[in-house]
Design a protein. Structure first.
Length: 356
């Protein structure tokens, strides 16, 4: 019995020693394999050029094993890519090898993606000058920098509204030069965006100068469209009419000119949100009051007779009489006869000017 116990102890000790031995051997083999694996990875990376100068950096793309600079109108932010990306609308890349696109000025757009030049940016632009001091405006602002100076204002693009300290407004149309402007009396200057650089609704009120179709083909002059003898303005700007859903134009076809949609974007401000606190220029589709009442059609006197029929044949919330907010007559047979509507205020950082 004593011999058996000693034998079991010896066997257990030998087993533990053998187990420890094989564990150390296995650990050494795993460590050796990992070191070998790391050496292979590092060597492969070096041979493939991940640490070499031949890696294609940002602003380039790989073709046939070589790096090529991104062409104008495109960009690439990441290295070792096989294609460049097109600049989205509202931006451009005017140098080859661009890592990112440049944004057009505030309120400016491009009619296509892949724009190659600042000149492709379209939008309102106004220049004000006093002596040798000049300021360029792309959005709403003031002339505070000029103090009490007197100078000139010229609208290089779009129509602008100058509002003086008494509230009186004056429009400066594109190309117009106004002299002897007393800047101390001007409180704000604001461009007209809607229906000049974008369209609302079906585009029937659009008066802008877009003249390219969605197929990148320049529009024909309306005088050259024989099927429209009663509509012959001497220009090729996109326009809309009853039955269309957006501005269009005609381009040359196989036999006769054919109608195609244009690249004019939709307006966002004063459509999906209101640009001013009282919403006087709001033209969006909201047609329900803050309390939940459906709006009455402005052209109708039922159920409430009124004198605001000039607003139009629709029931969307508007502010035709300079109330504190947009409103409408309700479908309530009794009270309330009218009520305010809930439309969010436009925020430049959240709400773009255009929807492509």
């Amino acid at each position: 019995k004593q011999w058996y116990q000693r034998r079991v102890a010896i066997t257990a000790g030998e087993f533990s020693a053998q187990l420890l031995y094989f564990s150390r051997l296995l650990l050494n083999l795993v460590s050796a394999k990992m070191v070998f694996f790391l050496i292979v990875v590092l060597l492969s990376s070096f041979l493939l050029g991940s640490f070499a100068d031949e890696v294609c950096p940002s602003g380039t793309y790989i073709f046939n094993g070589e790096c090529h600079m991104c062409p104008l109108g495109s960009y690439q932010m990441r290295p070792d890519q096989y294609a460049c990306l097109r600049c989205p609308r509202g931006s451009y890349a005017d140098v080859r090898g661009s890592k990112e696109c440049k944004s057009c000025p505030t309120n400016h757009l491009t009619y296509f993606d892949s724009s190659k030049s600042y000149d492709d940016c379209v939008g309102p632009k106004l220049v004000a000058s006093v002596d040798k001091t000049t300021s360029t405006h792309f959005a709403e602002g003031d002339f505070a920098m000029f103090g009490n100076g007197t100078g000139t204002v010229q609208a290089l693009s779009g129509t602008w509204v100058l509002t003086d300290t008494s509230g009186e407004q004056r429009q400066v149309v594109e190309g117009e030069l106004v002299s002897d402007v007393d800047f101390s009396t001007i409180s704000t200057v604001q461009p007209i965006i809607n229906n000049e650089f974008c369209y609302i609704g079906d585009g029937e009120d659009y008066v802008g100068k877009a003249n390219f179709s969605e197929y990148l083909i320049e529009c024909l002059n309306w005088n050259d469209v024989p099927s429209l003898p009663d509509y012959n303005p001497n220009h090729n700007y996109c326009r809309s009419s009853v039955g269309s859903t957006k501005p269009f134009c005609y381009i040359s076809g196989d036999m006769d000119p054919r109608v195609v949609p244009c690249t004019v974007p939709k307006c966002v401000w004063d459509v999906k949100c209101k640009s001013t606190e009282n919403g006087e220029s709001y033209r969006g589709p909201t047609s329900e009051t803050s309390s939940g009442w459906e709006c009455q059609n402005w052209s109708s006197d039922y159920p409430h007779p009124h004198s605001n029929h000039q607003v139009g044949d629709h029931n969307n919330c508007r502010n035709p009489d300079n109330e504190k907010d947009v409103w409408c007559y309700t479908w309530s047979l009794f009270f309330p006869i009218w009520d305010f509507c809930s439309v969010k205020q436009c925020v430049a950082s959240d709400d773009p000017r255009y929807e492509y």
